[in-house]
Design a binder for this molecule. Structure first.
Ligand SMILES: Nc1ncnc2c1ncn2[C@@H]1O[C@H](COP(=O)(O)OP(=O)(O)OP(=O)(O)O)[C@@H](O)[C@H]1O
Ligand SMILES: [Mg+2]
Length: 435
């Protein structure tokens, strides 16, 4: 109930403050300054925490340098990360997009000074702590103070006569106001501070947010070089996968269809020789040649199918996966929730992942049941194949799982194999599938 009301209040505030909103009068300007002071106060709160963090960081750093406080680096950096996370949330509330720059959700903060030196995101967090604990805090304090000083000074002439001696000041204690004239001046200073607050409140908030926006998002340069490194690696994986695939097709044609066609040539030659001597034997040999041609055709068909399974074209991903599951020796359920179609390369990879995983289930798992689940959320297709068998899948023990990883990497995706000894086994693949 309270949360709902809070949501409505925030929505109303946001509507008042929308830059393209219709109101330009005092109301929206006042609201913008109130909002600036509110968020500035929250920022000041984080600023106080950052201020107290500075000596802690310095102390831990010094001890670590002396070789005595290495164990302090990790908890201190963890706290810095929490603080940076709070500021990121504040900035997001303010409408800025600040992505978390860490390598992943499980990426640990540095544990030693050496790791800290090698971790640009941790150093950027620290830079923010120093700036926010000083300038950010001062700006926050100014933002909190301005409206109070304005109200106090504007009303000062009214209650000046009753104010105790120690309170006879205006402009937040900057000027003494010990005569009625100077008390009347309070009205003017109050109006001035109020005007300044209206004019500059949002700007001060922007200034206070700047270090966070600069230091708490991903470093654009690092982001780019990481991306280049990843692309280089996946391009290599794509070429590798391609080469492996060509080799497989070449072997299949060489060992299968080609061998059989050679056999047909030999048989036909033998039949030709037999025709004048023993026509019955020639007919028998030709019959064998015909069988072998049919085998060769079947082999060719299988090779063609393995390049891009036509069942995908005909029946879509869900249909193709259902066909795979119904061919599986272990009872298997299929649950596909994919609106529309994904790019052909993604569907083909998903198909091969499921085909290889189900072959493994039948070959190695001794499972009673298996399941295939495919989901598309936004731009990511997730394929999960699980079984309740004995576990212990190991990519190093064969070529199937390694092949899955290579194919998936070639599309910039990720593969996770969870298969503790004793089971169960879960192969989970995430594939980006364009827009
Ligand atoms: N679902 C599973 N349950 C239990 N063990 C598994 C499972 N999948 C794979 N394994 C184990 O992991 C090993 C590696 O599997 P992988 O698919 O890479 O190779 P493979 O199936 O042995 O050979 P191939 O190259 O023909 O696929 C298997 O030898 C098997 O011992
Ligand atoms: Mg296998």
């Amino acid at each position: 109930m309270a949360a709902g009301r809070r949501g409505r209040v925030r929505a109303w505030f946001d509507a008042q403050l929308r830059p393209d909103g219709d109101g330009r009068g005092l109301g929206p300007v006042l609201m913008a300054s109130l909002r600036a002071s509110g968020y500035g106060a929250v920022g000041a709160g984080f600023g106080i925490l950052a201020l107290y963090t500075i000596p802690v960081v310095a102390f831990a750093g010094l001890l670590a340098l002396l070789g005595a406080g290495r164990f302090l680096v990790h908890p201190v950096m963890q706290w810095v990360r929490i603080l940076a996370g709070l500021e990121r949330r504040r900035l997001q509330r303010l409408g800025h997009e600040v992505e978390t720059p860490y390598a992943g959700p499980d990426a640990e903060p540095p544990r030693t000074l050496k790791e800290l030196r090698a971790d640009p995101t941790a150093r950027r967090d620290l830079a923010w702590v120093f700036l926010h604990g000083t300038f950010g805090l001062i700006l926050g304090a100014v933002l909190i103070n301005m409206p109070f000083v304005a109200v106090r000074d504007v009303t000062y002439p009214i209650w000046w006569a009753f104010a105790p001696d120690s309170e006879r000041q205006i402009l937040s204690g900057l000027l003494d106001a010990d005569s009625p004239t100077s008390a009347a001046l309070g009205f003017a200073t109050g109006i001035a501070v109020f005007a300044l607050w209206l004019l500059f409140g949002p700007k001060l908030l922007e200034l206070q947010s700047r270090p966070g926006l600069h230091f708490l998002g991903p470093d654009p340069e690092i982001d780019l070089s990481e991306r280049v490194a990843r692309l280089t690696a996946t391009r290599a994986a794509a070429l590798d996968a391609h080469a492996v695939e060509l080799r497989r097709i070449e072997r299949a044609l060489h060992d299968g269809a080609q061998n059989r066609i050679v056999a047909v040539a030999v048989l036909v030659g033998a039949a030709k020789r037999e025709v004048p001597r023993d026509p019955d034997r020639a007919v028998e040999i030709l019959g064998r040649a015909q069988d072998t041609v049919e085998d060769a055709l079947a082999e060719l068909r299988a090779v063609v199918r393995s390049i891009l399974p036509p069942v995908l074209e005909d029946r879509g991903l869900a249909g193709a996966l259902n066909a795979l599951a119904s061919d599986c020796a272990v009872p298997c359920t299929v649950d596909v929730d994919v609106p529309g179609r994904c790019p052909a390369s993604v569907e083909a990879t998903a198909y091969f992942v499921v085909a290889e995983s189900l072959t493994n289930v039948a070959k190695h798992s001794r499972a009673k049941g298996a399941s295939v689940e495919v989901r598309r959320r936004g731009n990511t297709l997730t394929v999960t194949v699980a079984d309740d068998g004995r576990g212990g899948a190991d990519a190093a023990a064969g070529s199937g799982l390694a092949g899955i990883t290579r194919r998936v990497e070639a599309l910039d995706g990720t593969t996770t194999v969870a298969s503790p000894p004793g089971g169960p086994t879960e192969i989970r693949v995430e594939l980006p599938c364009g827009s």
